[in-house]
Structures are given as structure tokens and as C-alpha cells.
Design a protein around this ligand. Sequence first.
Ligand code: CTP
Length: 393
Amino acid sequence: MLKDKKILLGITGGIAAYKAVDLASKLTKMGAEVKTIMTAHACEFVSPITFKSITHQSVLTKMFDVNADIEHISLADWADLIIIAPATANIIGKTASGIADNLFSTTIMATTAPVLFVPTMNIHMYENPIVQENIVKLSNLGYFFMEPEYGILACGYKGIGRYPENEEIVFHIVTYLKYKKDLLGKNILITAGASREKIDPMRFITNYSTGRMGLALARAAYIRGAKIKFIHSSLGVKAPEYLNSIKAISAKEIYNSVLKDFPESDITFMTAAVADYTPIKSSKQKIKKSDNLNLVLKRTKDVLKELGEKKTSKQILVGFAAESENIKENALQKIEKKNLNFICANNLNVSGKDDTEILVLGEGKEIKLIGNKFSVAHQIIDIVLKSSIKLNI
Ligand code: CTP
């Protein structure tokens, strides 16, 4: 996803500087050309040689080098995106105040490329109104920020301020290379994962869904600025903290949660693999084995169908259909039956861990998307945003 992209990685002086080594490695492996600038304080934590060895590109630390070009201008022009990870309160404050007193702060000032800050610091520093005001000011000016994570900090405190997972930083970079916050003000409801229908205290009925596609949609929409309600049942992967997920395990819990939040939603993606049947009665005690076990199942409520009946002319409803044959025909029938705006039909024969093949149908369109689930998620959002429905915002 980053082939031939030019990324300028800025490292400022925090203990998390060592984590940026792995970020540099991930970006390089994804095909990006990564040049690094390190402040003098960053060099106290990690040697510039480490970044040089990993990226095989220049690592700059000084403003004035007689042999170099006018680096702050050439780097500012060269970069498709600048990422500052970790970003100290100092570099955030300098940028917000228009201070350009070293190679890195000057380069940030001189660029027209997107700039992403990854603030990482002590909780009290992060929550200091001066830092928060600077973040708001810069965000309003179009600079991008990631929320630090919650946990044990290097200083021994517990709270917000931790360096996020590099994988999450990569998702943000991929998004900001192409999109701005084009979903600001939109409420998006996304369900994901495999529901579980209880048989007894030990056993349940479920399916193979991992929730990866729903998670990719939630991530992509969140990074593009949407307000997300992410309702999930069993997931094969961890959801990021910033999604503030709501857990709903059984078909009944999913029904209750979704119906409650649906009226506020502008766009709803029902990616969850909700059970069509549930045991008539679950046993309070563990069922002892015998030669045969007869389980009587009853139909669950079809959440999506009910949403289709309730939706207003200002809401967009997107269903998902996992199909193994007659993909287009089956999906078109579901659009009609459940009153959907779009349906994303995925071919069970080609779906895998990270990649997918999805046919998006609706409003007379028929678009086939193949590839990584995160980039497919962005493309689904793009298609939905071109809908003829005018959202209620
Ligand atoms: N769905 C739902 N409630 C259910 C079952 C499914 O909301 N009880 C939703 C899924 O989240 C998905 C869509 O319906 O968005 C399609 O589900 P699928 O099981 O593929 O289709 P069905 O309509 O149940 O038809 P069939 O199982 O016969 O293919």
C-alpha cells in the first residue's frame, strides 16, 4: 500500500524513539522510501545509524551542513507525508507557535504535505491545557494527530500518553496519504464478528467470521473523521482502543444494541455474521454426553431486515452477504428483500486473512473490489459517499 511513497520520519526526544525503529522498518518493507530527521534529543535515545541501516536512506540531524542542499526545503518538497513519531510536547508547541529553529521544525514549517503527529508523553504533560490547546489549534489548521494509548508509561504513571501500535500508525499514514477528514460530522454504525448462540455454560454455535472486514471499515471511517459506533461479537483480532467498542455477543444482544443506536446513524454497515438460528432454550447445566444430541433451533430476528423497514430517506444502509455461489443474483435479492442501499457480497471461495474480493451492488452500480481489506474498506466508503442519498447532517 505504500509502494513508491516518500515518507519523512521525524523522531523527537522521547523514550519511545526506539519504537520508531520498528515503524521505519514496517514502512520500508511496505515499499515506501523513508528518510529520517532526528532532533539532538532523539539522538540521545537511539543512534542515527540504526535508522540508516534499516531505511538505507539519509538520516539528518543538523541544520547546517556545508555539503548538503538547502535540506529543510528539499525535504519539505520531497515528502508525500511527514510523520512525527514520537512527537514531544516541545515539537507540538513549536509548530503551534510558528517556531522554526532547527532542521526538523523548519522542515515542518516549509512543507505542503500532510503532517501527522504521534504525541507520546507523560499523562500530565499530555493533559496540560497548553498542549491540548496546541493540538486543537494545529488540528483546526489541518495537521493530523493520533490519540496516544492508555497504559503504564515510561515515567511509571498509569494513564494516557503511550506510543500507539506501529500497525495503527501505518493505517493512519495510508489513509492520510489519500484522504483528509472527509467524514467529519458523520455518524457511522458498524457491526462485526461472529455471533455466539449459547447451548449450555460450555458450548455455543458460531461461524467462521473473524470481523476483520468490519474492523477495517471502522478504522478507515474513524481515521477519516467519522463518529463511530462499533458493535462487535466475537472477533478474531483485537479492536483498537480508539473505537470504544460495544460488545454484543448473541443475535439477540446484537439486535438490541443495533436497534438502539440506529436512529442516530447516517451510514450503517452490517458486516456482523449474525446467526440465523439459536437454540430454543439453553441449558443452565452442562449437557452430559449421550449417543445422540437433539438440538432444536428457532429463527433469530433478522436485524438488517428490520433496519431496512425503519430507515429514513436520509440514512444509508449497507448489508453484507457471504456467498459461495450465484453471488450477484443472491446479493441482488437481498437488496430487495431487506430494502438496502448497497450490498457488499463477498466470495467465500476467495476470502482470506488479509485479502478479500467483494462485489458492491446498489443504485445501479456493480463494482468489483479486490485486495487488502483496509484498502477495500476505503473504496467501499468512497462508493457509499457517492450515493444519491443526501445525509442528514
Ligand atoms: N443479518 C442480520 N440478522 C440476521 C442474519 C443476518 O442482520 N439474523 C445480516 C448480516 O449482518 C448481513 C446480511 O444480513 O449484513 C446478510 O446475511 P446472510 O446470512 O448472508 O443472508 P441471509 O439474509 O441470512 O440469507 P441466507 O443465509 O439465506 O444467505
